[in-house]
Design a binder for this molecule. Sequence first.
Ligand code: ADP
Ligand code: MN
Ligand code: MN
Ligand code: MN
Length: 336
Amino acid sequence: MAIKAEYIWIDGTEPTARLRSKTKILPDGTTPGDMPIWGFDGSSTNQAPGDQSDCVLRPVKVVPDPIRGGDDVLVLSEVLLIDMTPHPSNTRAALVAVAEQFADAEPLFGIEQEYTFFQAGRPLGFPAGGGFPAPQGFYYCGVGADEVYGRDVVEAHLDACLQAGLSISGINAEVMPGQWEFQVGPLAPLEVSDQLWLSRWLLYRIAEEFGIAATLDPKPVKGDWNGAGAHTNFSTKAMREGYDAIIAACDALGERAEEHVKYYGADIEHRLTGMHETAPWHEFSYGVSNRGASVRIPWQVAQDKKGYIEDRRPNANMDPYVVTRLITNTVCSAAG
Ligand code: ADP
Ligand code: MN
Ligand code: MN
Ligand code: MN
């Protein structure tokens, strides 16, 4: 039977790009390595003017399609100009260069993707007549219909990711009702980023089946409600072997804090307030076990004197191609 290939790409919407996809029918027997390049109308995705609208999709990662099943596939693609150079919105190309440059350092990333479900214009679990649910306190890792909203969607998403062969390492309910997290990794920078984009697409697509919208809005409800982040856990071979490299990595991140925060997701100043388990966006700090620091050294890592660090600053709406590039470049170039 013919293969349905769902080509998925990242558009040019600013300040936060969106995912797009469309289906190509391919001859029976087309292998992952044979997925053809394709085109799309860039004038409808903030990627081209109407009189020069053609953009190119080049497949970069092909996985089984857990929704359609059978031989159907999801084809994550990067966007090129018609001269086959990276489109200005293509942040993947710059990561490829940095990942190659520092491959010997063997960087690994584990990303915690937080997100929030919305239905009928309010977070899932917020009362239909307006107003607010009971204050935060029992929702994080909660159980029971008075604390947990959307678990059926979360389970379906987890199954879909695993069937697609993505390296999900866990899921949990978050601090605000209707807010959840999944973790991808640890994986090399390019792989974790490709997988995070694919798992985000699956999240939107699976939630759509339930009539629910998932959002990566970093501060979906103003006031005394947690924002949504994408804590980015990072190590190099040296960090996995000794504590000096752990401290050196924290110091290197401190040196370039301002530049990093600028590219850690739109509206970061609304989330990194210094409240709700965050450090203020304009100050840099690190500490063992400290969830109020910019960068946390997990207690186990301080105990073992080796392991990884957690950059708690990236927003849920960050671009992993950008964040993993910045961290790899900053930490590995400081290590010399
Ligand atoms: P918490 O919620 O306590 O901050 P999680 O369990 O949600 O932590 O996430 C921890 C993340 O750290 C996981 O994504 C995991 O893959 C990642 N991780 C574990 N070891 C390493 C490592 N050596 N290098 C990079 N990431 C790692
Ligand atoms: Mn977590
Ligand atoms: Mn979390
Ligand atoms: Mn975390």
